[in-house]
Design a protein around this ligand. Sequence first.
Ligand SMILES: NC(=O)c1ccc[n+]([C@@H]2O[C@H](COP(=O)([O-])OP(=O)(O)OC[C@H]3O[C@@H](n4cnc5c(N)ncnc54)[C@H](O)[C@@H]3O)[C@@H](O)[C@H]2O)c1
Length: 333
Amino acid sequence: MRLLVTGGAGFMGSNFVHYIYASRPDAEILVYDKFTYAGRIENLKELDTSRVKIVKGDILDQEKFTETLKAFQPDYVVHFAAETHVDRSIKDPSIFIDVNVKGVYIILEALRRHDGPKLIHISTDEVYGDISGEPVTEEAPFKPSSPYSASKASGDLLCQAYWRTYSLPVRIVRPSNNYGPRQFPEKLIPKTILRALNGLPIPVYGDGSQERDWLYVEDFSRGLETIILRGRDGEAYNLPGLNPKTNIQVIQDILTLLGKPHSLITFVPDRPGHDKRYAMRGDKVLSLGWKPQTPWLDGLRKTIEWYKANEWWWRPLLGDEFFSKDTPWGGTR
Ligand SMILES: NC(=O)c1ccc[n+]([C@@H]2O[C@H](COP(=O)([O-])OP(=O)(O)OC[C@H]3O[C@@H](n4cnc5c(N)ncnc54)[C@H](O)[C@@H]3O)[C@@H](O)[C@H]2O)c1
């Protein structure tokens, strides 16, 4: 199996590359990544370069992406590359529109003109927006709330249109919140772990009652592999964690596991447009034989242990701002 993985130097992309590298000795992988602030060569460093090739490239560079596609001849393009931080999208949406909308268009066009590979597009549960009632299926309407989720919804819709219009073989995957090793410290779980380890206050948006459905990144990788092996073209698949937790619960669990006082928690004004709850049904992917296997506290313990053991990885990423008591909270994704 030949996989071209865009964004394979980021959090979920690199975890997926590590997972496939270990589980499928037949797999040959090419990571195509711009190495933005979120993409790091360190995330791929233990992998044998005869099986994992790395190309530094921007998905907005149509010519380079097309050349790479032609030279590598993958069976699948697995498209992770994106701008991913909601707070950054609120400050300045423009790069989110470029990468998450135009970038998807460039990949779809390259594939339309190049027979062969199938596209596996990584979308998000955030396209459905705030869910107050029952968890939603893949048929639920899109109601994105932030510039990030609106840009992801646009990319998802473009993939649906290319399937309808050109029969371009594409499968869409909508994962819930992932956690695990190598996640950039601006996101809720690593930020809480690292601030708590350093004895800093943990600011929480609003009253902390926002609910997310947490999926351990290795379970995500197995789910994605299942969709690649057993999914159908033209289908979208929710990939839920089936593990809903409020933000305040997540933070309290981390503090308890670290033996730190809950008094570190401080409440700060809520993020504009903050979704209260994400909740998806996973019947389609469950019917393919996948289910999450990592119990919440086990996954959280493994994540904490990884950050404790890999200070070399996160220390260079933390500027003075991180250690300031006044740093605004860089929320829940
Ligand atoms: N993290 C989550 O919980 C979560 C949940 C659901 C969906 N997603 C989606 O999964 C995907 C991966 O998320 P993540 O958290 O691993 O992201 P991340 O921010 O950790 O990594 C993004 C990667 O994309 C690369 N990239 C960014 N712009 C690029 C460009 N123009 N060209 C080439 N590469 C570029 C970065 O260098 C980085 O390696 C994204 O599409 C995201 O929307 C994430």
